[in-house]
Design a protein. Structure first.
Length: 427
């Protein structure tokens, strides 16, 4: 219900409307604050700043709730497939059979990548991090589809969306193949989305490859869990870049770069590296818990803590259970799973973590599953990006449809005040 907030500044009272979302989230609309008062708000890290109104994803950090377009993450992870969820996020409703068939068919028939992109790709060193490569290649796609940035060309956004969803898996598998010195595989369009990805990743010209349905189902679930998460760092980046009317490829490329950071999606790689370090060190989890508590160590428990979830991350709960199931079904015995559980147990009983409401996040157990599926550590964040792609697309599309203004925060200047220029010889 709309109301009014009163703000008293320099002895004068100002009134601003409050707004409420469909799930009861409340905000003060301060759009006129600076014009009327001369003040701006300052909120480092945007901890209390709503950048937009969005109808895509709802999350309640206190209650550990996550919904895509009103459907619970638990239901979707259990019952849907990834492309169905992608359609839901991008177009707002679960697809009918006809809508799904067309969407899936369109994606299947756009999987191949222009051969000239290979020339760009070939220029990267073999040990280049795949996130840097992916960000570059997705940005390069704009060059192959110049109508994406030509204001006078007919609007082809829908085709660009299909291209992104279809070609991203192909590009991602190039990174893996190159790092292994193996020939790249062309997509096989008779396969479904997850199976095609696994085929391009793991099949070799010298032997038959059959997609393991357990692996494909696990991948499907992980991608759904990552598919959107409202205004996180990478999604906000996509919206901010897109708000300047930058094309969809450049905007998503910027999102990939933001996701790469170890405080965001890059944490999934860091988690496995941390667990390996604990294992190599003898497996004493308390030693690492204590190190994380020591502010001088510069060390954090990777995969722990979240800006919004202050109770539990519902995705982490699903992934933890899935890790047990999938490793069990595949007959994989990964010692780091036990180390991860021990670390979680120790942290959840430690006052430092309890008092700061630090719980395992989505990245804590996902790497263990990816590893069991045969995906190497440096590809983990690319897997996250593959899952997040429909969310970025949906958010970019919504931002454009709502005709949001260019994103341009203000600042409080703290530098030197006006001073005369001093010629170099006199300095
Ligand atoms: N280990 C140890 N201490 C931590 C951790 C951690 N993982 N996370 C937060 N803290 C501490 C901070 O030192 C701070 O302590 P203080 O109050 O004594 O100064 C307090 O908890 C609050 O931390 P902030 O950094 O202020 O919380 P913020 O909301 O800004 O950061 C973040 C959230 C970045 C996720 C943080 O918890 C973190 O760095 N976690 C590890 C990296 C990680 O797993 N990132 C993935 C997040 S999920 C995602 O992006 C997909």
């Amino acid at each position: 219900m709309a109301g009014t907030a009163e703000i008293i500044l320099d002895g004068k009272t100002y009134q601003y409307p409050t707004i409420e979302g469909t799930e009861g989230e409340k905000a003060i609309d301060i759009a006129k604050l600076r014009d009327e008062t001369g003040y701006i708000t300052i909120d480092s890290g945007y901890k209390n700043t709503g950048a937009t109104k969005s109808a895509i994803t709802f999350l309640d950090g206190e209650l550990g709730i996550l919904h895509y377009r009103g459907y619970s993450i638990e239901d979707l992870a259990e019952k849907a497939n990834f492309l169905e969820v992608a359609y839901l996020l991008i177009y707002g409703e679960l697809p009918t059979t006809e809508q799904y068939s067309k969407f899936e068919h369109d994606i299947r028939t756009h999987t191949i990548v222009n051969e000239d992109m290979r020339r760009i790709f070939n220029g990267f060193p073999v040990n280049a991090h795949p996130m840097g490569v992916m960000s570059s290649l997705v940005s390069a796609m704009s060059g192959f589809y110049p109508d994406s940035y030509d204001d006078k060309a007919p609007d082809r956004t829908e085709t660009h969306i299909i291209r992104l969803l279809a070609k991203f898996p192909t590009l991602a598998t190039w990174c893996y193949k190159k790092s292994h010195g193996h020939p790249i595989n062309y997509p096989k369009n008779s396969l479904d989305y997850c199976s095609n990805f696994l085929h391009m990743m793991f099949s070799l010209p010298v032997e038959d490859y059959h997609v393991d349905p357990i692996v494909s189902a696990a991948l499907n679930k992980l991608l759904i869990l990552h598919a959107d998460h409202e205004q996180n760092c990478s999604t906000s980046t996509v919206r901010l870049v897109g708000s300047s009317k930058a094309n969809i490829y450049s905007s998503i490329s910027a999102g990939i770069s933001a996701l790469w950071g170890p405080l965001h999606g890059g944490a999934n790689q860091e988690v496995i590296e941390m667990l390996e370090e604990i294992k190599a060190d003898g497996g004493d989890v308390m030693k690492f818990v204590n190190k994380a508590k020591d502010k001088n160590s510069g060390f954090r428990l990777m995969g722990f803590g979240h800006r919004v979830y202050k109770n539990f991350d519902p995705r982490a709960r699903i992934i933890k259970k899935a890790a047990d199931d999938i490793l069990g079904k595949l007959g994989v015995n990964d010692p780091v799973l036990e180390i991860a559980k021990g670390l979680e147990e120790a942290a959840l009983h430690d006052d430092y973590f309890v008092s700061r409401k630090l719980y395992p996040n989505v990245d804590f157990y996902s790497g263990i599953i990816y590893r069991a599926l045969g995906i190497p550590t440096n590809m983990f964040t690319v897997m996250f990006a593959l899952g997040r792609l429909p969310g970025w697309i949906a958010q970019w599309k919504e931002m454009r449809a709502n005709k949001e203004p260019i994103g341009r925060p203000r600042q409080i200047y703290t530098g030197a005040t006006d001073r005369p220029f001093v010629p170099m010889a006199e300095r």
